[in-house]
Design a protein around this ligand. Structure first.
Ligand SMILES: [Mg+2]
Length: 124
């Protein structure tokens, strides 16, 4: 089973992502960017879902650290954000995220499709 890391400080959102994805993927949850950056290099997942609004280190900073880490830099990273504004998608993709999902997650199938699409792209 492919592995998805979820970096999200809101426990309700982590539960929701788990409920949507757990039949398809093995999930590892992190409540902060630092926690994830400490653990992931030794045991990298296949896809990372990364909240933007995180305490201490925000998602954009966490992404920068992921891209600097030789064990993590090539992994697909999906921005999860409640900051749904016009131009966000382009801004996050320009920042180096591979995909973008806005919260609240109202279309579970879309999250499943985004993760599956990134994994398929990685195997092509
Ligand atoms: Mg958050």
């Amino acid at each position: 089973m492919k592995r998805v890391a979820v970096i999200e400080d809101n426990p309700d959102n982590r539960l929701l992502v788990r409920a949507i994805l757990e039949d398809h993927y093995e999930l590892t949850e992190f409540a902060s960017g630092q926690e994830a950056l400490d653990a992931m290099p030794a045991d990298p997942p296949d896809v990372i879902l990364l909240d933007i609004s995180l305490p201490e280190m925000d998602g954009t900073e966490v992404l920068a650290m992921i891209r600097k880490n030789e064990n993590l830099r090539d992994l697909p990273v999906v921005a999860l954000t409640a900051h749904a504004m016009v131009g966000d998608r382009e801004r996050f993709l320009a920042a180096g995220f591979d995909q973008y999902i806005s919260k609240p997650i109202l279309e579970p199938d879309k999250l499943v499709a985004v993760v599956a699409g990134l994994l398929a792209a990685g195997e092509a």
